[in-house]
Design a protein around this ligand. Structure first.
Ligand code: DAH
Length: 438
């Protein structure tokens, strides 16, 4: 069998450039599934939607957000404490229930349909989600549980858990991360309880029109009171986490499951960082879940984002570190303890490019390649960027060039080690994705 040659440009520290000849092609195939796949102790049939990778499967059940002393667990606890303190009933008991152990394996209905996400919305694409099969996926947001918890009769709750998205790879994106979602549903009495002579105030309006301020069915006064409570609660939350001095701003946003919707950004390290999305829940979601007499607000935030700002953690891969140099720094019983992460040391990056022709008449997407790189390179891969695309003027064949930045979090990688990983990636991409290395 003749093997194609390929060029590997290595920038390393000194931007040295050299060519490596590919010699072997014995790497095992990945991404091939038996008819059934077992996830968290349960069997699921696979089909041509299945795009889980062994690395993703092995992360199921790790539950970093509830692991003792883990920074994500501290952030979770701080959010929960804030809600326990801020919302209490007549006798001082917390009214928000906390759900941090719901399985991340959900139906397409839970993740999308129940939230009015249109059938053709890009977030449903195979290239964006990890599908177990055409009906089941790893939740892409904790919002997936809103409807069922409302249907169970809950009015105030938090859902915290791991979420899965096929995404770009860099210091702030990782295919698994953690979110907290909250929902609060109020009756008319609750909404207007502080308004004098509120007898003729109503939550709903007949034949109203949707505007930038409200949904057609809601009264403007109810929405404004809910919006005020939502924004006050969330500013209180970011102040409880980052301190009273934190600078923030509201930005209008769009979500299919809320209207109106906003994003909250905080000013951190000279940049505006988006920390959460929120809004007034679409009334249709409440109606379908048996809560049509109430109005609701909801929000969702990413725990890694908050923890990275709060503890000065520079790279999202660190949350998966089992190195005691990382974990020891968070070994405190009080989650409010101020901690500034100190990097154990900084190791050099190694930067290699890979160009290939992508197969014609297939639905190859860059995320297919990102997953494969993760699978083979593991956490030695810090970043992948599509740096060049090219269409051959005659054959119309498309070529992609990716820059892969390798850096280990805990030690220096040798050039040889990086070359081996890079070669293996090229081999397996050739076999599994049918690309032709240039
Ligand atoms: N699910 C959204 C996301 O992952 C975040 C979000 C926005 C959650 C608005 C909500 C919400 O509950 O009301 O980007």
């Amino acid at each position: 069998m003749t093997l194609p040659w390929f060029n590997m440009v290595i920038f390393a520290q000194h931007c040295k450039r050299f060519t490596v000849i590919r010699t072997l092609s014995t790497a095992p195939k990945i991404n091939k599934f038996p008819v059934d796949i077992e996830l968290l102790g349960q069997k699921y049939p696979t089909d041509d939607w299945t795009n889980l990778t062994p690395k993703i499967v092995s992360a199921l059940g790790k539950n970093l957000h509830t692991m003792q002393y883990h920074p994500l667990s501290h952030v979770r606890q701080r959010i929960v404490n804030y809600f326990y303190k801020s919302f209490v009933n007549r006798i001082g008991n917390p009214i928000f229930s906390v759900h941090d152990n719901i399985s991340p394996i959900v139906t397409v209905t839970q993740n999308f349909d129940s939230l009015m996400i249109p059938k053709d919305h890009v977030s449903r694409n195979k290239s964006d989600c990890y599908y177990v099969n055409q009906d089941i996926l790893l939740r892409a947001h904790t919002t997936a549980h809103q409807s069922e918890l409302i249907s169970m009769g809950l009015n105030n709750f938090l859902v915290i858990g791991d979420v899965y998205r096929r995404d770009e790879i860099d210091a702030t994106h990782y295919p698994i991360f953690h979110q907290a979602d909250a929902v609060r549903l109020c009756t008319s009495e609750e909404v207007f309880q502080n308004v004098k002579n509120s007898n003729d105030l109503k939550l709903f309006e007949h034949r109203g029109h949707e505007s930038s301020e409200k949904q057609g069915c809601h009264s403007l006064e109810a929405v404004k009171i809910m919006e005020h409570e939502l924004k006050t609660v969330l500013i209180g939350l970011v102040k409880a986490i980052f301190g009273k001095e934190i600078k923030y701003q509201w930005v209008d946003q769009y979500f299919p499951f809320t209207h109106p919707s906003w994003e909250l950004e905080v000013f951190y390290n000279d940049k505006w960082v988006e920390v959460l999305g929120c809004g007034i829940m679409r009334q249709e979601i409440l109606q379908k879940s048996g809560a049509s007499d109430r109005i609701g607000w909801a929000f969702g935030l990413g725990l890694e984002r908050l923890a990275m700002c709060l503890y000065n953690i520079p790279d999202i891969r660190l949350f998966w570190s089992t190195d005691s140099g990382f974990l020891k720094q968070f070994e405190v019983n009080d989650p409010d303890t101020p901690i500034i992460y100190k990097p154990v040391s900084i190791y050099p990056q190694c930067c290699n490019d890979m160009s290939f022709w992508i197969p014609q008449h297939t639905n190859f997407t860059p995320t297919d390649f990102y997953d494969l790189v993760r699978e083979i390179g593991g956490d030695t891969v810090e970043q992948i960027t599509l740096i060049d695309q090219f269409v051959h003027p005659k054959t119309k064949k498309v070529s992609h060039c990716y820059r892969i930045v390798y850096r280990h979090m805990e030690r220096t990688l040798t050039q040889k080690e990086v070359n081996n990983i890079h070669e293996k990636i090229a081999d397996i991409a050739t076999q599994n994705l049918n690309v032709v290395i240039r």
